[in-house]
Every structure is written in C-alpha cells, then in structure tokens.
Write a protein that binds this ligand. Structure first.
Ligand code: NDP
Ligand code: MG
Length: 391
C-alpha cells in the first residue's frame, strides 16, 4: 500500500502514539496491515519508543511536543524518511495532515484540545480517546463538528453507548447508563482513603492504563469526566446520564429506551476492542484477541457509587450542569492536583478537596473560543497551585 492511499486502506495519524492507548492502537494497525496504514505519529517525551514505532510504520510525519525532547528530536529521529516537527504546532500539523483520512487523538490532558479542533477543522474522521478535550472545550468541539469532520468515541463506555445507539431513533432514548468499575478503592470510607499511596491508586483492578487516568479512576473523577463527555457526545442533559458501579467491567455501558428496554454492550475489558471499532467503523473487523466467553465470566454485579466519599464524581456533575467554563476549571484543577499527587506532594483525598475549593470560587462564563478555555484553565491552575502549596 502506498502512503498516497492508492492501496485503499485507511491512512491514520496517531497523536500520543507512545502512550497506553497509542501503543494499543498500533497493535490494532499491525493486526490489519492491509486496512490501516500509519501516516503520522506524535510523542511528548519518549523519543526512543517513537523512533522504534517509526521504524516499523514508516510515517510521513513525526511530531514531538515536549520541550526537552523537542530539542533532541531532529537529531534522534533523523534518517527515518519522515518530516520531523516540534512544539504544539506538531500536534496540529499531524491532526490536519492532508494524507490522513483518520486521526486518533490519544494525547493525555486538555493539551489535546487544539488537535481535536484541528482534525475536525480539516474535515477528518476523529477517533477520540482524549476525553479532556471534550470536557474542557465541549461547546467549541460541537461548533467545529457543525462545520465538518466526524467524531467517533474511543472511551469504552462511550463506544458502548455509540454501539447501542446504532440504528436507533435518538428521540426514543430515556437515559444513558455509564458503568464504572469503581476503581481500586470501591467500597472504602473516606477515613480509609486518607493514607493511600500512589502505587495503590495506580493499581486498577480491571484496566491497565496511563498514570493520570488511573488516578482519575481511583477518585472517580474519570467517571465524572465521562459524564461530561457523554453529555457533549450524545446531547443529553445531565439528569439523563446515570452511573452505576459494575466491578467486572464487562458491560461497558447501556442505553435505556422509553419503552423500558435497556441495551448493553459486553466484552472483556480490553481497550483494543473500542479502539479497533473506532478505526473500523462502520465495519467490524475480526479481533486478534480473546473472545468474550460468557460461560467463563461468572457473575455480573451492579451497585451504587458513593458520591459523598468520592466527591469528584459529584463535582463533575455540578461543573457540567453549571456549564460554560466550569468543566474546563474542574479539569484543569484536577490535572494539576493529580500531577502533585503523583509527585507525592499531596494526599489522595486532597485531590477532591482542592478541586472542590477551586470550583466553588469560580464563576462560570460562556466559552466563545479557545482563548476563553485557556484563560479559565490558567486561573484554575494558579488557584490550585496556591492550595497545593498550603498542604
Ligand atoms: P498515557 O499517559 O499512557 O499517554 C499519553 C500520551 O500523550 C503519550 O504518548 C504522551 O507522550 C503524550 N503526551 C503527554 N503529555 C502531552 C502533551 N502535553 N501534549 C501532547 N502529548 C502529550 O495516557 P493514556 O494512553 O492512558 O490516555 C490517553 C487519553 O486516552 C487520555 O485522555 C485518557 O483519559 C484516555 N483514555 C485512556 C484509556 C486507557 O485505557 N489508557 C481508556 C479510555 C480513555 P510521551 O509518552 O512521549 O511522554
Ligand atoms: Mg472509560
């Protein structure tokens, strides 16, 4: 297959290829060499892995966003036959590369927002793992989508909802039910959460993920971000987005219809499945991985999530309902607090307390452009830094 698309395969740009989602996406590509071809890859800091990936996939463009790695990029990525770009522009260039049909945004954090907007602005089909770009800039992403491009969710819950809605009339949906594993601390009291360390928070019971989302899963902020993500993706008000604990992570989410029927999507917890679906849509390609063997699953259970102990979930609903800049502030405060927790500077329950304090002091304003998002985030990050300093 040529990089000009003459072979008929889909030409893919992977943003954040060195991360957990990015690496699994390249496994999907390797499973389907005649259907998918990589035309761009980006990394933030891991030049060694990016180089390895480039040797295997021979993309046209390599992007490096991190400052320190950017200084070494031209030299360390030389001789691979790819154009090497650095800085923020690298991400946007990869997202809007003319030779790409499909863009996977697997960057972590709201740093992915510009790339989301660039991909849609260039009319691409965007497979979106970077939920933070919808949380921080949901109204801007919807505006961009009105003008062009297409959005396919990668997050397993939203992929499940997307699949359950196929062929259905959106007017007949009563609610969306997002499932949550509950994370490593499901069932614990606030007192029991106070002393938990970084390694415990990173030990997710059912998924192996990047560090930031693993902490978000432990605080339930991840579910909160997903509630906001679902609001923008599926256009439902917050009171019609439910969450339920489901520790086995086999039912990835559900849709409740007005006649009382509930549709669910099931599979073993393996991100390669929703990634593959987003890249193959509207087709379904054969998986290389374990089939979902129902007889081997044992029981599937459900329970309530404790929003008083796991305050982040509640805060996300509140920020979502407040709208405008509030979700961007929630997300920015959380990004800063999680980074401090990972550095050992604050405790686990401090994350929720700090995000709550920052959100309560914020007066939500409408978002009219990217600058408003960045301004709200800057303010939130400053306040968060002050609160972190006091711990
Ligand atoms: P990782 O931390 O594993 O990977 C993040 C990727 O983004 C890496 O390639 C990293 O580069 C790059 N990156 C880091 N900071 C920046 C930045 N400031 N600008 C541009 N690129 C950057 O994260 P995950 O793969 O776990 O998550 C990626 C996204 O997918 C997140 O939004 C997450 O919420 C979402 N998601 C993840 C799931 C999972 O199972 N992991 C499940 C569902 C959603 P480098 O490694 O070179 O530093
Ligand atoms: Mg998810």
């Amino acid at each position: 297959m040529s990089k000009n698309g003459e072979g008929g395969g889909r030409r893919l740009a992977v943003l954040g290829s060195t991360g957990s989602i990015g690496r699994q996406a390249l496994e999907v590509v390797e499973r389907h060499p005649s259907r998918l071809e990589v035309v761009a890859l980006t990394a933030h800091s891991n030049l060694e892995l990016l180089r390895e990936q480039a040797l295997r996939h021979r993309p046209l463009l390599l992007g490096v966003t991190g400052e320190e790695a950017g200084r070494r990029a031209q030299q360390e990525l030389a001789g691979l036959g790819a154009e090497v770009l650095t800085g923020r522009e690298a991400l946007e260039a990869a997202a809007s590369l003319p030779q790409a049909d499909l863009v996977l945004n697997a960057v972590v954090g709201s740093a992915g927002l510009e790339a989301t907007l660039a991909a849609l602005g260039a009319g691409k089909r965007l497979a979106l793992a970077n939920k933070e770009s919808l949380v921080a800039g949901g109204p801007l992403v919807l505006e961009a989508l009105k003008r062009g491009g297409e959005l396919i969710p990668v997050d397993s819950e939203h992929s499940a909802v997307f699949q359950c809605l196929r062929g259905e009339d959106p007017g007949e949906v009563e609610s969306i039910i997002l499932t949550a594993s509950g994370g490593p601390f499901y069932g614990r009291s606030r007192e029991e959460l106070k002393g938990v360390g970084v390694n415990e928070a990173l030990a997710h019971p059912t998924w192996k993920m990047g560090r930031k989302i693993s902490v978000d899963s432990a605080t339930l902020m991840n579910k909160g971000l997903e509630v906001i993500e679902a609001h923008f993706l599926f256009g439902l008000p917050y009171e019609r987005i439910e969450v339920v604990a489901h520790p086995q992570s086999v039912i990835h989410s559900m849709v409740r219809f007005r006649d009382g029927a509930v549709m669910a999507q099931l599979s073993l917890p393996d991100m390669r499945l929703p990634i593959s679906y987003a890249l193959s849509f509207p087709e379904r390609w054969e998986p290389a991985w374990r089939r979902t063997d129902l007889s081997g699953l044992g029981g599937l259970t459900f329970g309530e999530l404790d929003r008083e102990t796991f305050v982040c979930l509640d805060l996300a609903y509140r920020a979502g309902e407040a709208g405008g800049s509030a979700p961007a502030v929630l997300n920015a405060a959380n990004e800063a607090a999680v980074a401090s927790f990972l550095e050992g500077r604050i405790g686990f329950t401090d994350i929720g307390d700090i995000v709550k304090a920052v959100l309560e002091r914020h007066r939500p304003a409408p978002l009219s452009g990217l600058r408003d998002v960045r301004e709200a985030e800057r303010e939130a990050a400053e306040r968060t830094a002050v609160l972190i300093g006091k711990r």
